[in-house]
Design a protein around this ligand. Structure first.
Ligand code: GDP
Ligand code: IMO
Ligand code: MG
Length: 426
């Protein structure tokens, strides 16, 4: 049997590019879909059959017949959020227990991680990261600090004692912070946490690295689903305004336990413009009517927290950096329809910092830069009903060509609406 390679879908901007939709669209070509990093900070929306659904921890292949969905070792899991999600999916008639596998090596988010996230953000005041307050940072900090509790530990008879030890250590840490408002009821959440842990036991806790490698060896097509976006990568994003995992393609290897030589296609997803939630540099951010229009037409409100997303023009400096860092083989452009009514569309092609022109994405994420824009005439045609590349208006094809030339990468899929069906494959 031919040794298969694993394909990857990941975001090239600051998250919310439309990864959920794309994974759902691509899943019929795969047998296994696996998440490799992040946790319930993610909110991946799927729209089909007149219905919509937001996934946080469960991979976006869950609604397709015959797919196995794996939560890999690189993911951090909050059992409460995961079980709530599973319950909702089951209400839609999906038998999740037949198609969800969880890595024993995935780390658990404890209620005290959520408290620590809130304490840390509150103590930072104006300099806060703008985290989703799901306990992501503290859970990954415990993982790299070699102090974490893992899914496999739930199988130990003394897991409650282990939990208590972690909780006590976290409570001591919490005392070092200035007083802060806990955004949830701790005792209630802890109760739910233990109930959720018991409920989770009906799912197989597995050595997912063995499962994934065996599946590849057997010729099974696998799709890895990224969360967040490349510019939120802990190493290469707009640090410190990032998340706490490697969101780039390199994270697939450590987050699922596969070798670099096993990575096949890297699908890089981007919006036809930019958005960001939370704090941090955003060179092309708009504070004017155009920015409001993008937010209104694009429904740019967080799928996890409901926060309004910051909006701005497409940034080629950042996009080219993300294409390079991920080794993107195929680009996928999302939400093109949101630009339908603009007279003029702008794209940043370089930055200016003082007298200097910057062509490369700077280490500080462009904190003090002004974008240099190229302008494109708008297409002023509704794209959402179109299903063939040939039918796209010329001005939109010019926009696509420009991005392809600049990135050196072909745009294989163009999304023209939230629904599964609103997708043009070239
Ligand atoms: P993810 O986190 O990358 O999965 O993206 P989110 O689900 O957080 O945000 C993307 C939003 O855009 C969701 O509300 C999707 O339903 C919606 N969406 C996806 N593709 C398109 C598109 O091509 N056009 C429009 N108008 N909306 C889209
Ligand atoms: P998906 O997978 C957009 C942002 C937060 C914050 C920073 C750190 O839906 O694209 P964290 O809670 O991870 O400590 O927050 O990262 N962030 C996201 N922004 N989409 C996401 O996920 C995000 N996950 C985290 O807003 O700025
Ligand atoms: Mg999202």
């Amino acid at each position: 049997m031919e040794q298969k390679k694993l394909d990857v879908v990941l975001g090239l901007q600051w998250g919310d590019e439309g990864k959920g939709k794309v994974v759902d669209v691509l899943t019929p070509s795969y047998k296994v879909v696996a998440r490799f990093q992040g946790g319930p900070n993610a909110g991946h929306s799927l729209v089909f059959d007149g219905d919509s659904f937001v996934l946080h921890t469960v991979p976006s292949g869950i609604f397709r017949e015959g797919t196995v969905n794996v939560i890999g070792n690189g993911v951090v899991i909050d059992p409460v959020i995961l079980m709530e999600e599973i319950t909702e999916i089951e209400k839609r008639g999906v038998d999740v227990s037949k198609k969800l596998l969880i890595s024993k090596r995935a780390h658990l988010i404890l209620p005290t991680h959520r408290a620590l996230d809130a304490a840390s953000e509150s103590a930072m005041g104006k300099a806060k990261i703008g985290s989703t307050l799901k306990g992501i940072g503290p859970a990954y900090a415990d993982k790299t600090g070699r102090n974490g509790l893992r899914v496999g530990d739930l199988l130990r008879s003394n897991y409650k004692e282990l939990y208590e030890a972690h909780k006590q250590r976290h409570q001591q840490l919490l005392q070092q912070y200035p007083p802060f408002q806990l955004p949830f009821n701790f005792d209630e959440y802890e109760k739910q946490w233990f109930q959720a842990v018991e409920a989770l036991r009906r799912f197989p806790f597995i050595d997912s690295e063995v499962y994934v490698n065996d599946a590849l060896k057997a010729g099974t097509p696998i799709l890895a689903e990224g969360a967040q976006g490349s510019l939120l990568d802990i190493d290469f994003g707009t640090y410190p305004y990032v998340t706490s995992s490697n969101t780039m393609s390199a994270g697939v290897c450590t987050g699922l336990g596969i070798a670099p030589s096993r990575v096949g296609k890297v699908y890089g997803i981007f919006k036809a413009y930019c958005t960001r939630v939370g704090s941090g540099p955003f060179p092309t951010e708009l504070f004017d009517k155009d920015g409001e229009t993008l937010r209104a037409i694009g429904h740019e409100y967080g799928a996890t927290t409901g926060r309004p997303r910051r909006t701005g023009w497409l940034d080629m400096v950042a996009l080219k950096y993300a294409v390079m860092m991920n080794g993107v083989t195929d680009l996928i452009m999302m939400k093109s329809d949101v630009l339908d009514n603009f007279d003029t569309i702008k794209v940043a092609v370089a930055y200016k910092e003082g007298d200097q022109v910057l062509e490369n994405f700077p280490y500080d994420g462009g904190k003090n830069v002004t974008p240099i824009y190229k302008e494109f005439p708008g297409w002023k045609t509704p794209l959402s009903g179109l299903r063939r590349y040939e039918d796209f208006p010329g001005a939109f094809k010019d926009y696509i060509n420009f991005i392809e030339t600049e990135t050196g990468c072909r745009i294989k899929i163009v999304s023209v609406g939230p629904d599964r069906e609103a997708t043009v494959v070239r």
